[in-house]
Design a protein around this ligand. Structure first.
Ligand SMILES: Cc1cc2nc3c(=O)[nH]c(=O)nc-3n(C[C@H](O)[C@H](O)[C@H](O)COP(=O)(O)OP(=O)(O)OC[C@H]3O[C@@H](n4cnc5c(N)ncnc54)[C@H](O)[C@@H]3O)c2cc1C
Length: 290
């Protein structure tokens, strides 16, 4: 049976297809960019109409902020069950899913009983796989059927992230600082190392709570979830809620004064010592190599 996918033009959408393909074919796609600026109710309205017209068995989206936003609204307007952040799913009656809870620290088995399942897939939990690409739905006829009320919530403008540069979510290298950095000014050495590596600066929640960095820099359960090639965690203890945001990293280098800090359990490389000495020393070595 036909499967509908909401595509966002990012890697997470391609990873979502891995699960969506298990639910049948053809795959049909509605693109998030169909409504500009982003208006989640309007996209949900289009998804609802397309799902009915094509009589789809299931609807998939990436479990990004926007993907989950649209799908929650779609569930609310259709009364269909919605399982967010599923890392596995099997079609059937009922549909079975395994979904991440508590920022990925817990996995839950769940059953969806409905003629149409709504499912999102968390970014970087699954690999992209080869398979038939989804066929775009012509959304023009649906755009004319959007109600004014569906445009009440929409993006009014964009504010560039402080410092600009590489985005935290997309960066191949992230250098993060925690309480151990000690102050707002202490982040100068973190910024320097991130700059030398062409990476982005991240931080723990203690840091955003203290006002040393903006919330947009926070990595974790209530911050950004990242999957860089290298994550350098400086003066971060490795609380579960922090690790929920960086466990997608291919390699973790922990720099910490405490050899017993929990992050050491998850680190591929560890340097035990004072980050105020170690971080500038790494930067100096990189400069020599350049
Ligand atoms: C509902 C909820 C959601 C949360 N969401 C998030 C989230 O999204 N992201 C997040 O980060 N946290 C989150 N937290 C908070 C989390 O539980 C921790 O409190 C927080 O991550 C700790 O931050 P930290 O590692 O910087 O500080 P600490 O735990 O205080 O660790 C500081 C570390 O720095 C080391 N250190 C100190 N001085 C130095 C030095 N000079 N050189 C080297 N190392 C040094 C210490 O050994 C220690 O390991 C959440 C908590 C809750 C309850």
């Amino acid at each position: 049976m036909t499967v509908l996918v909401l595509m966002e033009g990012n890697e997470a959408s391609l990873q979502t297809l891995t699960l969506a393909r298990k639910f049948g074919e053809p795959l049909r796609a509605v693109h998030m960019e169909a409504v500009q600026p982003f208006a989640p109710d309007a996209i949900a309205a289009i998804m609802a109409m397309v799902a009915d017209d094509l009589d789809v068995s299931s609807v998939f989206a990436a479990g990004t902020d926007r993907g989950n936003d649209v799908m929650a609204r779609l569930a609310a307007r259709t009364g269909l069950p919605f399982a967010a952040n599923c890392i596995a799913a099997e079609p059937g009656d009922p549909v079975t899913v395994v979904r991440q809870r508590w920022g990925g620290s817990l996995l839950e088995d769940a059953l969806l009983r409905a003629h149409r399942a709504l499912i999102t897939v968390p970014p970087y939990a699954l690999r992209e796989t080869d398979g038939p690409a989804p066929i775009d739905v012509d959304v023009k006829p649906y755009l004319t059927r959007i109600e004014p009320a569906d445009l009440q919530v929409q993006v009014a403008g964009h504010v560039a992230a402080a410092g600009g540069g590489v985005s935290l979510a997309e960066a191949k290298v992230v250098v993060s600082g925690g309480r151990g950095v000690g102050s707002k000014e202490g982040f100068a050495i973190i910024e320097e190392l991130a700059g030398l590596l062409g990476g982005a600066v991240g931080c723990s929640r203690v840091v955003t709570s203290a006002g040393w960095r903006p919330h947009s820099d926070q990595v974790g359960q209530t911050g950004t979830k990242i999957a860089p090639d290298l994550y350098i965690a400086c003066g971060i203890s490795g609380a579960t809620q922090h690790m929920a945001g960086c466990k997608g990293a291919k390699r973790i280098l922990a720099i910490n004064a405490d050899a017993e800090a929990p992050i050491m359990q998850n680190a591929d490389y560890a340097v035990v010592g004072d980050l105020k000495e170690i971080v500038p020393a790494i930067s100096a070595e990189i400069r020599k190599l350049k």
